[in-house]
Design a protein around this ligand. Structure first.
Ligand code: CP3
Length: 346
């Protein structure tokens, strides 16, 4: 099928479709028994990310069950620091653990020279997917936004207050700016290469965007995203970009008008009527069902789905969750969600 007729890409180009195209963040993952089986075969989580055969398989698993309109490359945002030379590991039950970047000397140890060699298996996964996905399904490439990736690089693990990352941003601004410049370069190089291996759209995950005050949000969320969007639009015209400045509140508005994203992914806290009036008039919106409603299932989930569809379904829209599917989600609830979205008649 020609690219131009894939529903996901039509919605991103500004068309209103009934029913809207849909996919779910973290649609491949631990809630699926077949993911857990492949993951066990692969070994560690990073071994899975860097094995094109297994990574292709886990990307396709949720498509077979639910017929999503988009497939998202199976990888992680932290393969970029890994490819820059930082030590990255995923510990069972603990999440990511990195050797933290705290000084100029630590940062001197990182560089982009080995980026593409290191990420070659990820590019191979993208090429495999490009050949394997159904004709009406779009292929999404992704990366973490520089600020969100920097939080893990500086903290060395997940954080609630970002004390070390903000400590560097406020206390060692030149060092922080150097790290961000490296990430903007590496992330752009990585995304362009994903496009060259078959990605038809890009999503940039800024999971921790909501932690920054307005002036830092402008400089370190809007700024890097705008330069990535500009680079993709210039170097690979026609490839749309979705931004996800999670928990940005009313700053979602500035994010959309100043970054020039083609689409914006909404977290569950964004009010639907406000999003329709202030954001959907400027770009395609995506979201924003609370992932915990899919754990609950039943009528509570149905009502949540209907509310999102009835407000955002009247304009350019891609149905999704407001954040990733969580591991305790019953797969049958996802099937019920898929049937309800596909059956929506406006
Ligand atoms: O299906 C998909 O959405 C594609 C794959 C994908 C993963 N991570 C796989 C994954 C994507 C797009 C991501 C993005 C990601 N990774 C983000 C941004 C989006 C978000 O969820 O906020 C962030 C912050 C990360 C970093 C990360 N990766 C953390 C904090 C963790 C540990 C917490 C957890 O959920 O386990 C991961 C691990 C991870 N990434 C898993 C998966 C399927 C689970 C690992 C496992 O199988 O053991």
């Amino acid at each position: 099928m020609p690219k131009a007729s894939k529903p996901f890409l039509r919605a991103l180009a500004g068309e209103t479709l009934t029913p809207p195209p849909f996919w779910l963040m973290r649609q491949a993952g631990r809630y699926l028994p077949e993911y857990r089986a492949t993951r066990a075969e692969a070994g560690s989580f990073l071994d899975l990310c860097y094995n094109p055969g297994f990574a292709t398989e886990v990307t396709l698993q949720p498509l077979r069950r639910y017929g999503f309109d988009a497939a998202i490359l199976f990888s992680d945002i932290l393969v970029v620091p890994d490819a820059l030379g930082q030590q990255v590991a995923f510990k069972e039950g603990e999440g990511p653990v990195l050797t933290p970047i705290r000084s100029a000397m630590d940062l001197d140890g990182l560089d982009v020279s080995g980026l593409h060699d290191h990420l070659a298996p990820v590019y191979q996964t993208m090429a495999n997917l490009s050949a394997a996905i159904p004709a009406t399904t779009a292929l999404i490439g992704f990366a973490g936004a520089p600020w969100t990736v920097a939080t893990y690089m500086i903290e060395g693990h997940g954080s609630k207050d970002f004390a070390a990352a903000k400590g560097m941003m406020f206390g060692q601004p030149e060092l922080f700016a150097r790290l961000m410049a490296l990430l903007i370069q590496a992330t752009g190089d990585y995304l362009i290469r994903q496009i060259d291996h078959g990605a038809e759209a890009i999503q940039i995950f800024d999971t921790w965007a909501g932690a920054l005050p307005e002036d830092q949000f402008e400089r370190w969320v809007i700024g890097p995203t705008r330069s990535l969007v500009e680079r993709i639009h210039t170097e690979r015209p026609g490839v749309p970009v979705i931004g996800f400045p999670r928990q940005a509140g009313i700053l979602y508005q500035r994010f959309v008008s100043e970054t020039k994203v083609d689409g914006v992914s909404l977290d569950p806290s964004v009010p639907l009527d406000w999003a329709a009036a202030e954001l959907q008039t400027r770009c395609t919106v995506q979201g924003n069902l609370d992932p915990l409603l899919v754990v609950a299932g039943g009528e509570a989930m149905d009502a949540g789905i209907d509310r999102v569809l009835s407000v955002l379904g009247k304009g350019p829209f891609i149905f999704n969750l407001g954040h990733g599917i969580v591991p305790p989600t019953p797969p049958e609830n996802v099937a019920r969600l898929a049937a309800r979205v596909k059956g929506w008649t406006g």
